[in-house]
Design a protein around this ligand. Sequence first.
Ligand code: GLN
Length: 309
Amino acid sequence: MTPVDLDYQQLLDASLDAARRTAGAGKVADYIPALAREDPDAFGMALASVEGEVYGVGDWQRPFSVQSISKLFTLTLVMARGGYDVWQRVGREPSGNPFNSLVQLETEHGIPRNPFINAGAIVMTDHLHSLTDGQAAETVRAFLRAEAGNPSLGTDPEVAASEAEHGHRNAALAHFIASHGNLVNPVETVLSEYYAHCAIEASCEDLARVGLVLARHGLRADGSRLLSRSEAKRINAILLTCGTYDAAGEFAYRVGLPGKSGVGGGILAVLPGRAAICAWSPGLDPAGNSVAAVAALDAFTTLSGLSVF
Ligand code: GLN
């Protein structure tokens, strides 16, 4: 199939078939009890094209917990506000460790490896909070509402509370970072903003529409410029190398697109210049990435020949 005769709907239907073949393979994230009630084999997928068309299969309009997909938006919004000094506080290298790991922070003096592991996202949230006069989570929500064209999009307070109640590991990360002087705002404030943006509910359609900002090399839905072309390229690069944690190599191998996963089961992937695709299914692999969403994206890029490689 050459790019000119691509039929996105047909590709999504074939991706759904690939996802269905993984039924029973993934495990729902139960360390956040409010997420544990999801059906591991539920599935949805949406593609938004830069031409403005949206295609979907399965539960593509059903909201789910975006979780770490929100880390893409905190980074984007910090860059959009010129917060480049954050790169003195967070690295840009893959960690090769689980998303919630503490080990590197000790030897690397409280500087997280990248913005997409929990430690790095906590610092990004802190930075965004300072850049927005104490409105980190609300800035992320407002951005998502505007780009998705969905004013009802918001945080699920029950999921945010569940994360806070069971958030010993994130609290440990935040206190350790603070002990190295790498948090500006109080630990409790930063964690509560971090949980509030992780607990945003959005559908595959919403997220695919938001992801178009990166597919359009930094242009927003209203045509205004949020990021320079170079900033959009850099964010896509970090997505490719770090967006799926210690499985980023395997994700690049199978899917070949910049992508960000979350433990709610969503993965948002970018086809620069062409489209954004979001797949969702709550059953996760041991690295915390959705088994069916990876299989669906793998099928999509393999059948279409569309990838960044
Ligand atoms: N809110 C989750 C956490 O802090 C996000 C993790 C994820 O989606 N990988 O553990």
